[in-house]
Design a protein around this ligand. Structure first.
Ligand code: NAD
Length: 341
């Protein structure tokens, strides 16, 4: 809104711990005077002609605001719904999933110096949902790779590397076995690297088995790189990266990027085991909201909130929530972050 200098962002609070961690984000944004107005969206799934869709109001809100923040959504089991997260990705064509994994100062994990960035193709590969029974006991599952989808995600990876000042893009693949599919993905990367825009970015290609070994042995080897991979490899490698850097799901943020629309979300689920108990760690959703602020060019606010969150976690174990071995509640953690703004 040019008149007020305020931005409107769609907010999907989500299920389980969603409302509690969303409250935390809203309180901290308000305390930091972030110029954002939230538009709350209900994405309870509806079935239209046997297909899962989200309510029209929510689609309209996100199409209008172009930016969304999202809490975890529980996948309803046995009601004929496909995953709501998949539905959102498809509805808004969110083709790239960006997952940074960075050590948190003061919170001890296997390594203190992890700083990995991974971009996962978000729309095809093994997630295309094309499977069939050939004959009883024999099934076939199709991994679909297209030039178009490969190109847009790899192009985004080059642009992202440039934007965050990393000199290298690494394509993670298995083209020795998946010759045609992963081969196409690798070839598209090689073609793109020749573009004038990207010539200053180095391109490496690595076999996934090699990468996982190296990441576990010496993650700092990759601190100057951005990984880009087909869907399933990205899913698995990004969780490995999170485990190494954070050791808790409660810390890992992500972004889903499309041509026009971007939705930012925590990597964890709705944590039904602790929902409604004021125990959830809001950090992952907070760090996702920080990625969102940077995406919107509100860097000053993003840095301020990120620093306050990290300072709070580093300060003492009593500031930390249970998943990090501390005794803090969602609300006491939130208050401590506000004090540190
Ligand atoms: P989960 O991430 O919800 O929980 C796994 C474990 O991590 C639980 O013990 C939980 O208490 C803990 N945990 C997760 N987030 C936490 C936080 N912020 N603070 C403290 N502890 C936290 O995974 P799940 O149990 O496999 O899935 C539960 C539901 O969430 C399912 O319906 C699943 O489909 C859905 N899910 C949604 C998303 C998403 O919306 N992006 C992602 C994964 C799972």
């Amino acid at each position: 809104d040019h008149a007020t200098g305020k931005y409107t962002v769609s907010f999907i609070e989500g299920d389980g711990i969603g409302p509690e961690i969303s409250r935390s984000v809203k309180d901290i944004f308000q305390a930091a005077s972030v110029p954002i107005t939230w538009e709350t969206c209900d994405v309870s799934p509806i079935l239209v002609d046997g297909l899962t869709t989200i309510p029209d109001e929510a689609v309209k809100s996100i199409n209008k605001n172009l930016v969304g923040l999202k809490g975890p959504l529980a996948t309803p089991i046995g009601k004929g719904h496909r995953s709501l997260n998949l539905t959102l990705r498809k509805t808004f064509n969110l083709f790239a999933n960006v997952r940074p994994a960075k050590s948190v100062r003061g919170f001890k994990t296997t390594y203190d110096n992890v700083d990995l960035v991974l971009i996962r193709e978000n729309t095809e590969g093994e997630y295309s949902g094309i499977e069939h029974v050939v004959t009883p006991g024999v099934v076939q599952s199709i991994k679909l790779i297209t030039r178009d989808a490969s190109e847009r995600v790899i192009r985004y990876a080059f642009e992202y590397a440039k934007a965050i000042g990393r000199p290298k893009v690494i394509v993670v693949h298995k083209s020795t076995i998946q010759r045609l599919s992963d081969g196409l993905f690798v070839n598209v990367a090689k073609e793109l690297q020749k573009e004038k825009n990207f010539q200053n970015i180095e391109l490496d290609t690595e076999l996934i088995d090699n990468t996982v070994l190296n990441v576990v042995m010496n993650p700092s080897k990759y601190s100057d790189a951005v990984f880009v991979c087909p869907n399933l490899y990205g899913d698995i490698l990004s969780d490995l990266n999170s485990g190494l850097s954070a050791g808790s799901l409660g810390l890992t943020p992500s972004a889903n990027i499309g041509d026009k629309i971007s939705i930012f979300e925590a990597v964890h689920g709705s944590a039904p085991d602790i929902a409604g108990q004021n125990k959830a760690n809001p950090t992952a959703l907070l760090l996702s909201s920080v990625m969102m602020l940077h995406h919107m060019g509100l860097n000053e606010y993003g840095d301020k909130i990120e620093n306050a969150v990290l300072k709070t976690i580093a300060a003492s174990s009593k500031n930390r929530t249970g998943d990090l071995g501390g005794t803090a509640t969602t609300t006491s953690f939130t208050e401590a972050v506000i004090d540190n703004l």
